[in-house]
Design a protein around this ligand. Structure first.
Ligand code: TLP
Length: 343
C-alpha cells in the first residue's frame, strides 16, 4: 500500500502501543458519580500543571471552550476575541446557539491583538442599551493564524486591561503545550493570566479523545453542571483519561520535533516557485501557504491523489500540520511532491 503523508491535522494521530497499554490497564469507575480514579487523577494532574485550583475532563476542545464561555457569561453578554478565533470560525456558532452571547472581533496581526485594540471595544457599564462586555478570549497558539504564539508580555497586558474593566479572561489553549515548548514558558505561567483555560489532549499530544478545562473550584463546580446538562458526563471515562495522563506525562517535550518538521517543510516550500509562505507565522507545528498554480480544491485533490493530504486555513490558504505520526524525512517527500505539482 502506498504510504500516505497526512498533514490535515495533528488531531489525526493514533494512540501508540504504550498509550493503548495505559488505557488497557486503567482503573475505572463511574465518573458521573466522580468515582473514576483515573479521571480524578487526570483532573488533579492537569490542575497542577496549569496552576489552577481544579480541572474538568471534557470530550472535546469545542466543549471546553463553550462550557467556559457559558459559565462566565449571561445571555446578551459579549466576548471579545480575535477575528480568526476558533470559537468564532469553527465552533458551529455555539456562542450564540448555546449561550446566547455575541462575539466582538478584533483584527489581530498573526492572531495577536494588543490592549490598545481591545480597549475601544469595551462597552461602558452605564450603557444598559448595549451588550455587556464580559470576557476577553485569547487563542494560544492561534490555529487559523498558523500556530502563532501570543507573546507573554502581551497576554499580561491584555489581562491587566481586562482586570481594570472587570472582564473575565478565557484562554483557548488547545495547543498551549506547543506554545510552552517553543518558548520555554510553562503552561501555568501562561494560565495565570486567565480565569479559565481549555486545553486539548487529542492534538499534538496524541491522545485519541479529550480536553480539559481549568480554573477556580467554583468555576469548575459550575462547569461540571453545564457539562452534564450538555450531555458531556461520561461514565467509565478512565479508559480515555488514561490516554490523556499518558499524553501529559510523555508527549509534551517531543512537540519540539513537530516544530522542527514544520520549519523544515516551510523552508522547502518557500523555495518552490509559485509557493508563498509567511515564514514569520511558522512558529510551532502549523504551516500555512498559498500557491499560484491551481484552485485550492484542485491543488488539494492533486496532492491527495499522490499520497499527500493537506487541509485549508483562511480563504485560499492551504494548511499543513505536523505531528507525531509523520517523520522529518516525509517533509522532504511532501515538498518534492508539491514541487512536481507546481512544475
Ligand atoms: N481545531 C481543529 C479544527 O477544528 C480546525 C484542527 O484540526 O486544528 N481550539 C483550537 C485552537 C483548535 O484548533 C481546535 C480544533 C479546537 C479548539 C476544538 O477542539 P475539538 O476539535 O476537540 O473540538
Amino acid at each position: 500500500m502506498k504510504n500516505i503523508i497526512d498533514l490535515r491535522s495533528d488531531t489525526l494521530t493514533k494512540p501508540s502501543d504504550e498509550m493503548r497499554m495505559a488505557m488497557y490497564e486503567a482503573e475505572v469507575g463511574d465518573d458521573v458519580y466522580k468515582e473514576d480514579p483515573t479521571v480524578n487523577r487526570l483532573e488533579k494532574f492537569a490542575a497542577e500543571i496549569l496552576g489552577k485550583e481544579a480541572a474538568l475532563y471534557v470530550p472535546s476542545g469545542t466543549m471546553g471552550n463553550q462550557i467556559s464561555l457559558n459559565v462566565l457569561t449571561k445571555p446578551g453578554d459579549e466576548v471579545i476575541c480575535e477575528k480568526d478565533a476558533h470559537i468564532f470560525q469553527y465552533e458551529s456558532g455555539s456562542p450564540a446557539a448555546l449561550s446566547g452571547i455575541m462575539l466582538s472581533l478584533v483584527d489581530g496581526v498573526r492572531g495577536v491583538f494588543t490592549p490598545d485594540q481591545v480597549e475601544p471595544l469595551i462597552r461602558p457599564v452605564s450603557a444598559y442599551y448595549m451588550a455587556r462586555s464580559r470576557v476577553i478570549e485569547i487563542e494560544n497558539t492561534h490555529n487559523r493564524a498558523g500556530g502563532t504564539i501570543n507573546p507573554i508580555e502581551n497576554i499580561a497586558a491584555v489581562s491587566a486591561l481586562g482586570k481594570k474593566y472587570n472582564l473575565y479572561m478565557h484562554l483557548d489553549g488547545a495547543r498551549i503545550w506547543n506554545a510552552s515548548v517553543a518558548t520555554g514558558i510553562s503552561p501555568a505561567e501562561y494560565a495565570k493570566h486567565f480565569d479559565s483555560v481549555s486545553c486539548c489532549l487529542s492534538k499534538g499530544l496524541g491522545a485519541p479523545i479529550g480536553s480539559l478545562i481549568a480554573g477556580t473550584k467554583d468555576f469548575i463546580q459550575e462547569a461540571y453542571r453545564v457539562r452534564k446538562g450538555w450531555g458531556g458526563g461520561m461514565r467509565q471515562a478512565g479508559i480515555l483519561a488514561a490516554a490523556g495522563l499518558y499524553a501529559l506525562k510523555n508527549n509534551i517535550e517531543r512537540l519540539k520535533e513537530d516544530h522542527e518538521k514544520a520549519e523544515t517543510l516551510a523552508k522547502k516550500l518557500a523555495a518552490i516557485p509559485g509557493v508563498s509562505v509567511d515564514m514569520e507565522s511558522v512558529q510551532t507545528n502549523i504551516v500555512m501557504f498559498t500557491q499560484s498554480k491551481l484552485s485550492v480544491e484542485d491543488f488539494l485533490s492533486k496532492c491527495s491523489e499522490n499520497g499527500l493530504k493537506l487541509g485549508t486555513g483562511k480563504v485560499g490558504v492551504i494548511r499543513a500540520v505536523t505531528h507525531m505520526d509523520v517523520s522529518l524525512n516525509e517533509m522532504t517527500d511532501a515538498a518534492h511532491l508539491i514541487e512536481k505539482i507546481m512544475n
